[in-house]
Every structure is written in structure tokens, then in C-alpha cells.
Design a protein around this ligand. Structure first.
Ligand SMILES: *Cc1c(COP(=O)(O)O)cnc(C)c1O
Length: 415
């Protein structure tokens, strides 16, 4: 049988692995044997260094150092130190990023700050069908701020930027389709209409080469547990363009964002720059794991990473199209022309069961209703041969009847 052979073969993919300039980075992860992990866009895998660093934070820093470790182990600076480590991935300077809270909470803080900075403008524009937490957070903020959230289709965004609009909130890479906005052009269009921009970089950070400063963005947030490999529920990060640092008024003011938290004064005075986005005491054990995750990018050229992921997406689309030719219920989402996130979506009416059957075979992707099988291709550890093995397993699953097993209905959607 010659399935997939027209497009490519396993030996050709093995040759790509052999000359992959990022191939060495796979050693930075502890990937379980017998598993092909294609879900690092949802939860990055465990870095080799994490367990030891977290154990040290628990046993030595906490166990022996006790409260002294806020200073002696540098706990108090961890949000800024991790932010500085993330900065090169964003194309910005170390003083513009802080690790804190969740993406959802950081969206609230920065969207609220944007409304405060735009008196007289009360509308927030966001993209319809974006990741749901963004519109949930923005509609809740709008309710208490006397503002209005308008969700508009992707091709209507620029036209929606009027004189009443304070802020445009967009996911740079779309969580489901992988479509990527042109950040520089969007910022320019927004600024031309007097609108500020807030970018959700959850599916971009660590996957695409970013240039926040050069592209003229105003604010950004991003996720610590996806491509940054910071561990389940890792803290997120927030970024503010330096031109906004001194005026930024966040709607959540906590003591950790105070200019002098340990003076314990009753009046709030914000710390300088992004430090004012800190709210409460940072979760040091989770921050320690996040630092180890960010360090998996040490010395990595994001341009190379983006190019490798694009090649993986392209190759997998070819292989999956070969499978779809044999099983027409399967379709391959066309990769958007131009830039694309490091993932690909296939569709099947029984997608939930098909993905569960793949996972039972050790091929781990995820499922998004109603019919999306989502596969992620982070550059640091995905191999070209993984694509072949995943496509082979998919063929076997669709050719057999295991996916019709009713127990596969139980697949969670959270993974
Ligand atoms: C994953 C993701 C989030 C996650 O938000 P949390 O508050 O950290 O759970 C937010 N936005 C987008 C676009 C995401 O992909």
C-alpha cells in the first residue's frame, strides 16, 4: 500500500529531522516514551530542569530559608526576572514585561487601563469567535465601566474603528483556525482612528517571532503554560509599551504593585512601569516552574522556530490530505495564506471519538467542538517523523472501528 507516499515518505522526514537546526532542543524536555505529543499548544511538556528547580524552591528555599528567601532567593523579583526572560520572545526590552496572574486577569487589567486612558471613548472592539475568555472578561469589564463591547467579524475590524472606540482587543494567532493578524498594519489602522490595541499572544508567544515594539502595539498579554512550557496553570504575563508606562492606571490596584509595598501606607501610589501590574503575592512555586519553562527558549532563534513550525504544519497538511482522500468524512482546514499559528485543525463529524482513539494509541492532540481535531507543532521538540507516525495512526483509526467505541465519548475538552 502506498498511502501518503505521493507527498512524502518517512525517510524524507527523517532526513529533515537529521538536519533540523533546532533538533537539539528536544533534549530540554522529558517526553514520555511511546507518546507523540502534538498538544504543546495547549499544555507544554515538562522541561528536564523543572523538577529539580521546583524541588530546590520547596526544600532549600522554603524549607530552610523560610521567609528569608523573599530576599535571599530573590523571590520578590521573580515576576520581573521572568518577564525579562520573556522579553526577547516578544521583541521588546526586559523592563516592559511582567509575569503575573492569568491571561484572563491581565486582560481585565489592561483593558481597564485602556478605558481609563481614553476618556470620552466607551467602546471596546473584539473579534467574534475569538477565545471565549476574552469576550467574557471584556463584557464583564464593560458592564462595570459603563462601556460597550462590540464583537465584529475578522474582515470588519478595521471598518469598526470609529471615534467612539477606545480599544481593539485581538488574539494575534487564533486558537482554533491558526490565522494570524498583521500586527503592524492593525496597530497603524487603530492608531489612525485614535484606538489603542491590546494583543492576546497566548498562541503566539514561543511559536511566532514577535516584534511588539517595532510593530507599535500598546498592550499585550500572553500565556505561560502553552508554548512557554511553564506547567499547568502557570502564571501569565503582561506587556506595556514604554510610552504608556508612567500614565497607566490599572483597575486592580494591589499592594505588590505599590511603589513601596513594605511601607504599608494607606494611600496607593503605583510602582514605576509594568511593576504596577502586580496585584498580590506571587505564587513562587508556580513562578519557579514558569522560569524553567521560559528557559527552554535560551539561545533559540524565534525566526527559526516559526519557520520550522510552518514547515511542520505544511507537511502535516499534505499527509492529512492524503488520509482525507481515503476517508472523505475527514477534512483539512486550509492553512491561511501567509503566516499561520503552529497548529493545524482537521475536521471529522465524529472528531471527539477519533481524537480519543488517537490518544489511546499515544498520539496526543486535542478536540474542540463541534468537529475539530487540533494538532500543535511547537518547534522545540516536535519531529518531522512524528507527523508521519500521527498520519499513520489516523489512517489506522479511521480504517478500523475502534473510534466507534462509546467510551471515547468521555474525552474531556480541557486538555
Ligand atoms: C489559553 C488562552 C487563554 C487562557 O487564559 P487563562 O486566563 O490563562 O486561563 C486566554 N486567551 C487565549 C487566546 C488563549 O488561547
Amino acid at each position: 500500500m502506498t498511502r501518503n507516499a505521493a507527498a512524502t515518505d518517512r525517510a524524507e522526514l527523517a532526513a529533515l529531522d537529521a538536519k533540523d537546526p533546532l533538533g537539539h532542543a528536544r533534549e530540554r524536555f522529558r517526553l514520555p516514551p511511546g507518546v507523540i505529543y502534538l498538544d504543546g499548544n495547549s499544555l507544554g511538556p515538562l522541561p528536564v530542569a523543572t523538577a529539580g528547580l521546583v524541588a530546590d524552591a520547596v526544600e532549600r528555599q522554603w524549607g530552610e530559608g523560610l521567609i528569608r528567601s523573599w530576599n535571599d532567593a530573590g523571590w520578590i523579583d521573580l515576576p520581573q526576572r521572568i518577564g525579562a526572560g520573556i522579553a526577547p520572545l516578544l521583541g521588546t526590552t526586559p523592563d516592559c514585561v511582567i509575569a503575573c496572574d492569568s491571561v484572563s486577569v491581565n486582560l481585565f487589567k489592561l483593558a481597564g487601563a485602556a478605558l481609563a486612558a481614553q476618556p470620552g471613548r466607551r467602546v471596546i472592539i473584539a473579534e467574534a469567535d475569538d477565545f471565549p475568555t476574552d469576550s467574557y472578561i471584556l463584557s464583564g469589564l464593560a458592564r462595570i465601566a459603563g462601556a460597550e463591547l462590540r464583537l465584529v467579524a475578522r474582515d470588519a475590524i478595521t471598518a469598526a474603528l470609529g471615534p467612539d472606540v477606545a480599544l481593539l482587543v485581538l488574539a494575534h494567532a487564533h486558537y482554533a483556525t491558526g490565522a494570524v493578524h498583521d500586527m503592524a498594519a492593525t496597530n497603524a489602522a487603530a492608531h489612525g482612528a485614535g484606538v489603542l490595541t491590546l494583543w492576546d499572544l497566548s498562541h503566539s508567544t514561543g511559536a511566532l517571532a514577535l516584534a511588539l515594539d517595532a510593530d507599535g502595539a500598546d498592550y499585550a498579554v500572553g500565556c505561560g503554560y502553552k508554548y512557554l512550557n511553564g506547567g499547568p496553570g502557570a502564571p501569565a504575563f503582561a506587556w506595556i509599551a514604554r510610552r504608556h508606562h508612567d500614565r497607566l492606571q490599572a483597575p486592580l490596584q494591589g499592594w505588590m504593585g505599590h511603589a513601596k509595598p513594605f511601607d504599608f501606607t494607606q494611600d496607593y501610589a503605583p510602582a514605576t512601569g509594568v511593576a504596577r501590574l502586580a496585584i498580590g503575592t506571587p505564587p513562587i512555586l508556580a513562578m519557579t516552574a514558569l522560569a524553567a519553562g521560559v528557559a527552554t527558549f535560551d539561545g533559540i532563534d524565534l525566526g527559526l522556530a516559526e519557520a520550522k513550525s510552518a514547515a511542520l504544519v505544511h507537511r502535516f497538511a499534505i499527509l492529512a490530505s492524503g488520509v482525507a482522500a481515503r476517508f472523505p468524512a475527514l477534512t483539512v482546514d486550509p492553512a491561511a495564506s501567509g503566516r499561520h499559528g503552529a497548529q493545524l485543525v482537521l475536521r471529522h463529524p465524529q472528531g471527539r471519538r477519533v481524537m480519543a482513539a488517537l490518544i489511546a494509541r499515544g498520539i496526543i492532540g486535542d478536540f474542540r467542538p463541534s468537529d475539530r481535531l487540533r494538532f500543535g507543532f511547537p518547534a522545540l521538540y516536535t519531529r518531522f517523523t512524528d507527523l508521519w507516525d500521527a498520519a499513520e495512526a489516523l489512517t489506522q483509526v479511521l480504517a478500523g472501528d475502534e473510534w466507534q467505541d462509546a467510551r471515547f465519548d468521555a474525552l474531556g475538552v480541557v486538555s
